[in-house]
Design a protein around this ligand. Structure first.
Ligand SMILES: [Zn+2]
Length: 322
């Protein structure tokens, strides 16, 4: 996990850890597939494409146990048993109607490395180090794992190629979504105008506090960066110290005010990148579910720390009908 993902949880919104969150509208507009005791979020835009399989996993159900509840952890975390995670992955694929499609997963490291498999790996141990996958081959699933970072699925409706992308702040800064589109163009002849994109549940602007170094890095890279931040973005991104005097006079002696923070909207940044690369706005489907606000339904590393699970976003091309 990147450094910025490990820092403290924002207090705004949601309930403290361990306290039940009141029931809210479950999926905020995205269809939910219920199968085998699991709930899978789907993008309407991708759901219209009959030649592909896709889905974003959620927390409830599964073989793992977290806070005394059955939990669909799809990542090989320290607290969970490998065999349970493998069962969870199989149950997830079955719920997607893709029981026979093997999964290609990654060892993610917040990079801009894109892996292009032409066949499934022989075993899960073969997972390559990368943060995005793209293929035009059919019969297997591409999967990326998240627990706050932004999962992005792409489908080229003309060439019938697909991609799955993991974008935290480092990957977003490195324009991993744009690089995945570029790789699809190179490998498959993909045109951005033919691409349908789904940006899945991730930590929202409401809960994602970052420091001056992230604000500055984004300000240097992206003209519209100011639109993606709340808080003293202008001051932080220009390296100016905010005015301390009002703080200092309010603080008891010996207390140092907290360093100023801003809140970042990673989804907006990735949506803008896709549009800037030529994907039509009407073809980008964005979930507004926040992982940190909705730990009843999703996993949040920021809110829950190391003892949380991983969700998976998967996409794959179905076998051609004979
Ligand atoms: Zn939130």
């Amino acid at each position: 996990m990147a450094r910025a993902m490990k820092t403290r949880t924002a207090k705004r919104g949601g309930s403290p850890r361990g306290v039940a969150t009141p029931r809210r509208k479950e999926h905020q507009g995205w269809p939910v597939r219920r199968a085998g005791g699991l709930r899978i979020l789907e993008s309407r835009a991708l759901g219209k494409l009959g030649w592909l399989v896709h889905g974003f996993s959620t927390r409830p159900g599964g073989e793992s146990v977290l806070d005394g509840k059955p939990t669909l952890n799809l990542g090989f975390t320290d607290w969970d048993e490998r065999a349970r995670v493998e069962k969870n992955r199989a149950a997830f694929a079955a719920a997607l109607g893709a029981r026979k499609m093997p999964l290609v997963a990654l060892r993610q490291f917040h990079s801009d490395v894109i892996y292009v498999p032409s066949a499934p790996a022989a075993s899960p141990e073969d997972a390559p180090r990368a943060d995005a996958l793209a293929t035009r081959a059919w019969g297997f699933l591409l999967g990326i794992q998240t627990a706050d970072c932004v999962p992005i699925l792409l489908a080229d409706t003309r060439q019938r190629a697909v991609a799955a992308i993991h974008a935290g702040w480092r990957g977003t800064l490195a324009r991993i979504a744009v690089k995945a589109l570029g790789r699809m163009r190179m490998e498959f002849g993909t045109k951005p105008a033919d691409v349908v994109a789904a940006i899945g549940p991730s930590i929202g602007r409401c809960c994602y506090e970052v420091g001056a170094e992230v604000a500055q890095a984004f300000a240097m890279q992206f003209p519209p960066a100011a639109d993606w931040f709340d808080g003293p973005f202008e001051q932080l991104s220009h390296g100016e110290e905010p005015l301390w005097l009002p703080w200092l006079t309010m603080m008891p002696p010996g207390h140092v005010p907290p360093p100023p923070r801003v809140q970042l909207d990673l989804r907006a940044a990735n949506r803008w990148q896709l549009m800037d690369a030529g994907v039509p706005e009407s073809q980008i489907d964005v979930s507004d579910l926040c992982t940190a606000c909705r730990t009843d339904l999703l996993f949040s590393y920021r809110r829950e720390g190391a003892k949380t699970g991983r969700m998976m976003a998967v996409i794959g091309v179905r076998a051609a009908k004979k």
